[in-house]
Ligand binder design. Structure first.
Ligand SMILES: *[C@@H]1O[C@H](CO)[C@@H](O)[C@H](O)[C@H]1NC(C)=O
Ligand SMILES: *[C@@H]1O[C@H](CO)[C@@H](O)[C@H](O)[C@H]1NC(C)=O
Ligand SMILES: *[C@@H]1O[C@H](CO)[C@@H](O)[C@H](O)[C@H]1NC(C)=O
Length: 320
């Protein structure tokens, strides 16, 4: 009696156990299953695979990453044991060495996915993904860097949306960035953030990286155009060509910095440092040899600065 009870109890528990486990399996996209495993070594889980309804009455044989399994795995519906991070590409075939029918890629993601190794972190504030836009029209670019030991990693999927509205993105040829276009009205106040998620895998290890931002946080003006010297000591420049018009609505402010000859514009050692909203600046310093540097940012949002533009002044010799 008690043996029977234990057997029944065990059966119930085992069932409950395997059922709860299947909640860790998610279909990320066609032919791709993601198994979420807790961060502990020695995880083992069966994953159900189906070759396809079309092959219900066919002799179906499975291979893993192109290799036959030992013992052989047969049947349209099978279960495979995934140990730790060892997923793989399971293909089903008509007969032991027959024609390819279908496949399922099993990837493994840690849950929580907070010990990432595939992408390099740019900085604590910026995280792993860097995004930038040249203006408020809705186009933006995001880039990332694979860590050296995971340079083979492949981007599987990129999802971008704002308040559940999809944003179209195109992956670069080398998989290290995306170009996206948010076509919703660009001039309205941004109520919701854009959320971007990159799904990237190295062998069977899948990691998801998400970044959420307002366009106004990533708008970085391009380099200023037509920087030149006119009337002796007055420098002038134009708004970048890619910046919004009218400039009165999307105003820029400029940082002007004068540094010693052969110093870089980023140098902390400066002769003069000024902020202006005008597109001209009169230099009144005594030295006749210096570098005139200027960069721009949105004057309302105080977003990121543009790259520097500069002119080198060596007495009468001016190079911009
Ligand atoms: C191939 O497998 C996928 C699941 O990985 C399934 O959705 C699809 O229907 C299958 N294709 C056919 C032709 O049965
Ligand atoms: C998995 O195998 C199928 C069939 O050979 C192939 O088309 C697919 O590209 C493979 N996927 C990966 C990620 O290797
Ligand atoms: C990841 O999350 C788990 C559970 O929330 C936590 O215990 C662990 O410290 C986190 N690890 C890192 C590197 O943040």
């Amino acid at each position: 009696m008690s043996t029977l009870f234990l057997t029944v109890l065990c059966a119930v528990l085992c069932c409950a156990y395997s059922d709860s486990h299947e909640e860790n399996i998610e279909t990320l996209m066609d032919n791709v299953l993601v198994l979420k495993v807790p961060y502990d070594l020695g995880s083992q889980q069966y994953v159900p695979l189906t070759c396809g309804e079309a092959y219900q009455n066919q002799p179906v044989f499975w291979k893993k990453d192109g290799m036959e399994l030992n013992p052989p795995l047969q049947g349209n519906q099978v279960r495979v044991l995934v140990e730790e991070m060892r997923g793989g590409n399971f293909t089903c075939h008509l007969g032991p060495d027959g024609e390819y029918l279908n496949h399922t890629l099993i990837l493994v993601q840690l849950d929580p996915d907070n010990r990432t190794v595939i992408l390099e972190e740019r900085s604590t504030e910026e995280g792993h993904i860097h995004c930038s836009a040249p203006n408020y029209k809705g186009a933006f670019d995001c880039t990332w860097t694979r860590s050296q030991s995971r340079s083979n990693a492949v981007v599987l999927l990129v999802k971008a949306e704002r308040n559940l509205e999809k944003i179209a993105c195109e992956l670069n040829a080398d998989g290290s960035g995306v170009h996206c276009e948010d076509i919703s009205c660009p001039y309205k106040e941004e109520q919701y953030r854009i959320s971007l998620t990159i799904y990237i895998h190295s062998y069977s290890r899948l990691e998801a990286y998400t970044k959420a931002f307002y366009l106004s946080e990533i708008v970085r003006p391009a380099k200023l155009s037509k920087l030149q010297i006119s009337e002796g000591t007055v420098f002038t420049w134009n708004y970048p060509d890619s910046w919004e018009t009218p400039g009165s609505f999307f105003g820029l402010e400029f940082q002007v910095k004068i540094v010693s000859l052969h110093n870089s514009c980023n140098s902390r050692d400066h002769i003069q440092n000024d902020i202006t909203e005008k597109t001209s600046y009169e230099v009144t310093i005594k030295p006749k040899r210096y570098v005139f540097c200027v960069q721009a940012r949105d004057k309302y949002t105080k977003g990121p600065w543009s790259p520097w533009s500069h002119c080198t002044v060596d007495k009468k010799q001016v190079t911009c």
